[in-house]
Design a protein around this ligand. Structure first.
Ligand code: FEO
Length: 400
C-alpha cells in the first residue's frame, strides 16, 4: 500500500518488521527495518529503487495495485545492493525495455548479481538531470563509496526532496513513515548505529561529500533515505549529525571490552571501569563482554568513546577467538582519534596483552604503554597498576 510523502511522491517500499539481521548476520536488527522505494507521478512516472529480493513478487503485485506498470517512464536505481535492486528482476520481467538510470558502477553491480539481461541502462553522473514534467527534474549526485562504488542520490526539484538511498538511513521500522512520528530516542539510536557500523569506514569521503552538497545551496524539504524514517521535520538535523559523526567524533566516554575464561580478566575489566569513574566521575563508562553482547551495539559505544580498554586472557599463545574476531571488526570500522589500553590474565606463556596492543595499533588506536598482565588471577599488585593505566587512558590526546 502506498503512503503519501509529498506532492505527487509516494512511498511504495516494504516495512520489514521481522528482519533480525542484515548483511548476512553481520548487522543486528533490534527494531525492524524497511526498504524504501518511491513512486513519482508527475507528467512522467518514475520509480526510485525497489526492495530486497525475497519481497520482489509482493513488491511488483503491490505496485500493480497502485499503477499500470506500463505507465512507468523511468526507473532510478540509486544503488545496486540487493536490498534495493532485488525486485528489479521481477519488475523488468513485466516491463522489459523501460529505461533504468544509474551510475556506470551500478550497471556493473546489477549485471554482476543478476546477469546480463539486456536491460536498458542509462548511465548518469553527478550533475546530470532528467526532466520529469510539470517543471520538475531529478538531478543526480554520485555518492561513490557511500557505501558502494555505485551509490548515488537523486534530488527532485520543485518538491526539494533528496532521495539519498543508504545515506541518512536507519534500520528502524516506522509504520508512520516520518521522523516526527517516530520514537526520537530509537530514531537517533538506530541512525547512529547505522552510521557507525556501515558508513564510518568511509567517513573521510562522507565529510567531503557533505561539503560538496552544502556548496550546491539546495533547499531540502525532505530527505528520503532507503531505510527507516523519512526526514520531514527539520531534515537538516541528520545532515548536521552526519557532519559531526564524520569528523573523528567522540564523547566523554570510555568503553571496556573483554572476554574471559575463568573470570580473572573480568575482575580486571571491572576494576578498570570502577577506576575510570573514580578518577573522572563525569566520564560515561561502558563495559561489555564481547562474547555476550551484540557487536554492533558495542561498536556504537566504542564510536562514542574517547578511549577503550580491551582485555583477553592468553590461550593457545594468543587471545580468545571472540576477542580476535571483535578486533577484526573494530579494524574494519576505521575509527579515528581514540586511545586504547590492553589487559589480561595468563597462566604461563602470557602473550595476550602484547598481541592485543599490536592489533589495537593496527586498528588505528593510540595505544598507551601502561598494561596489566596478571599471572593466574589478579592480585593486589595487579589492581595497584590499574590507576596508572586509567590515568594514561584519560589523559587528553593532542587533538583534545
Ligand atoms: Fe541498503 Fe547498501 O544497501
Amino acid at each position: 500500500m502506498r503512503k503519501h510523502v509529498k506532492g505527487n511522491v509516494s512511498w511504495v517500499g516494504y516495512i520489514d518488521w521481522e528482519l533480525e539481521t542484515f548483511h548476512g548476520d553481520d548487522y543486528s536488527i533490534m527494531n525492524g527495518s524497511s526498504q524504501n522505494a518511491y513512486l513519482i507521478e508527475e507528467e512522467k512516472t518514475v520509480l526510485i529503487d525497489t526492495v530486497w529480493t525475497p519481497h520482489r513478487f509482493d513488491f511488483v503485485e503491490n505496485l500493480k495495485k497502485e499503477i499500470d506498470l506500463n505507465k512507468i517512464d523511468y526507473i532510478i536505481a540509486n544503488h545496486g545492493e540487493c536490498d534495493h535492486s532485488g525486485a528489479l528482476t521481477a519488475l523488468m520481467d513485466e516491463i522489459p525495455g523501460k529505461p533504468i538510470y544509474c551510475t556506470a558502477n551500478a550497471v556493473k553491480s546489477i549485471e554482476g548479481q543478476y546477469g546480463k539481461r539486456g536491460w536498458n541502462f542509462n548511465v548518469v553522473k553527478t550533475g546530470d538531470s532528467l526532466d520529469i514534467g510539470n517543471g520538475k527534474k531529478l538531478v543526480f549526485v554520485e555518492m561513490r563509496m557511500l557505501h558502494w562504488p555505485d551509490s548515488m542520490a537523486a534530488y527532485m526539484t520543485g518538491d526539494n526532496i533528496l532521495f539519498a538511498n543508504d545515506a541518512f538511513g536507519q534500520h528502524f521500522a516506522v509504520e508512520e513513515l516520518f521522523n516526527d512520528k517516530a520514537n526520537q530516542c530509537l530514531l537517533y539510536k538506530e541512525a547512529l548505529k547505522y552510521f557507525v557500523n556501515i558508513l564510518n569506514p568511509f567517513a573521510p569521503i562522507l565529510k567531503k561529500k557533505l561539503a560538496e552538497i552544502a556548496a550546491l545551496n539546495l533547499q531540502f524539504d525532505i530527505i528520503a533515505p532507503s531505510h527507516g524514517a523519512i526526514w520531514r521535520e527539520n531534515p537538516l538535523q541528520i545532515v548536521e549529525k552526519y557532519a559531526q559523526w564524520s569528523d573523528a567524533y567522540q564523547e566523554n566516554q570510555v568503553t571496556v571490552a573483554y572476554d574471559t575464561m575463568w573470570e580473572g580478566t573480568t575482575k580486571l575489566a571491572h576494576a578498570i571501569a570502577a577506576e575510570i569513574s573514580r578518577q573522572s566521575p563525569e566520564t560515561v563508562v561502558k563495559v561489555f563482554n564481547v562474547a555476550k553482547a551484540d557487536k554492533n551495539e558495542i561498536m556504537t559505544e566504542v564510536f562514542k568513546s574517547k578511549a577503550i580498554a580491551v582485555g583477553s586472557p592468553t590461550v593457545g599463545n594468543s587471545i580468545l577467538s571472540s576477542v580476535a574476531g571483535w578486533l577484526e571488526f573494530l579494524k574494519q570500522l576505521k575509527f579515528k582519534n581514540k586511545k586504547a589500553a590492553a589487559f589480561g590474565c595468563y597462566g604461563w606463556s602470557g602473550e595476550s596483552v602484547k598481541i592485543l596492543k599490536e592489533l589495537l595499533a593496527g586498528a588505528g588506536f593510540a595505544v598507551v604503554d601502561e598494561e596489566i598482565r596478571s599471572l593466574w588471577n589478579p592480585e593486589e599488585s595487579d589492581f595497584a597498576a590499574v590507576p596508572a593505566l586509567v590515568s594514561s587512558l584519560l589523559a587528553p590526546s593532542p587533538k583534545e
